[in-house]
Ligand binder design. Structure first.
Ligand SMILES: C[S@@+](CC[C@H](N)C(=O)[O-])C[C@H]1O[C@@H](n2cnc3c(N)ncnc32)[C@H](O)[C@@H]1O
Length: 281
């Protein structure tokens, strides 16, 4: 395997296809490229690059393969027990509870929050507002529509089985599942890029799961700094079960549940978020 050829391939994808390969870690990129190489029977990165240069359809196929859009309703059910407890605690003590599902893909994560709020008698759903954001416009389009089609490999009924009875929250027509209007009402969507866009403010809970695993360390830090600044003091953060907080941001968070990756936002001093010393006046 030639690193130079791999780098040249990534350069082409970054410059000509406008996909920010530098944000992602090499092992993730290599897995995606290798799967396209198998499909196109390209033996080397160089031959695959040749195919890519000359075949617009392959360019689209590679971009699709590189976009990380795997998601689900109530993904990792045990984590949702933790999110349930956080929502119960927040709605017991706050008139309004603001939740941000950052990198929400096609919206199944923020809709899961809304369904949970409606379903749990200890959570006052009227106080909960949920913002779902993602970098991908096509994903947000599906999210806004709230209409999902089951495929052979995805079983929505199984995913929604986290709730005892989900009939009130989705309308089902064979393989099409539509989110019920009452569940949609608590959720809004907008585009937000966690690397390049500004932090938000005052969130009580940020859920950002299964994105950091793909991201280069340097960008992971800046994404988490953006999230930390978007949380109010003592606000909660939930990250993916296979993800960790980078060492230089650990002081910004207290662990609430190590296994479920639930944290508290500790201090609002921006020094602990950037590692930079404050500038003296
Ligand atoms: C694997 S999905 C995770 C979806 C959901 N959070 C979950 O755990 O099921 C990762 C999402 O991150 C989005 N994404 C990638 N880069 C991003 C960025 N810089 N800012 C915001 N979202 C991004 C992708 O478009 C994709 O929808």
């Amino acid at each position: 395997m030639s690193d130079a050829a791999f780098d040249e391939l990534l350069e082409f994808v970054e410059d000509e296809l406008a996909f920010a390969t530098s944000h992602y870690n090499d092992s993730y990129l290599d897995r995606r490229v290798s799967s396209r190489m198998r499909r196109t029977q390209s033996e080397t990165y160089a031959t695959y690059l040749e195919t890519l240069r000359n075949d617009p359809e392959e360019q689209t196929a590679l971009l699709e393969a590189m976009s990380i859009n795997v998601t689900g309703f109530f993904r990792n059910p045990d984590v949702w027990d933790g999110i349930r407890e956080v929502l119960q605690r927040l709605t017991a003590t706050n008139e309004t509870v603001r939740v941000w599902s950052a990198a929400c893909a096609d919206g199944r994560e923020p809709y899961s929050v809304s369904m949970l709020a409606h379903d749990d008698p200890e959570i006052d759903e009227s106080s909960v507002s949920i913002l779902g954001t993602d970098i991908s416009e096509p994903a947000l389009e599906t999210a806004r529509s709230g209409v999902y089609e089951e495929s052979r490999t995805v079983d929505f009924a199984d995913q929604l089985g986290y709730l005892d009875d989900y009939d009130a929250y989705v309308e089902r027509d064979d393989r099409i599942f539509r989110i019920a209007p009452a569940v949609k009402r608590n959720v809004t969507f907008e585009r937000h890029d966690l690397i390049n866009d500004s932090p938000k403010t005052g969130f009580d809970l940020v859920i950002c799961r299964n994105l950091f695993i793909y991201i280069d360390n340097e960008y992971k830090q800046s994404m988490l700094a953006t999230i930390a600044q978007s949380l109010r003091q003592q606000g909660y953060l939930v990250i993916g079960k296979a993800e960790t907080i980078p060492p230089n941001l650990k002081s910004a968070f207290t662990v609430r549940d190590a296994r479920l990756r639930i944290y508290h936002r500790d201090t609002l001093e921006t020094t602990s978020l950037t590692g930079e010393k404050p500038t003296s006046k």
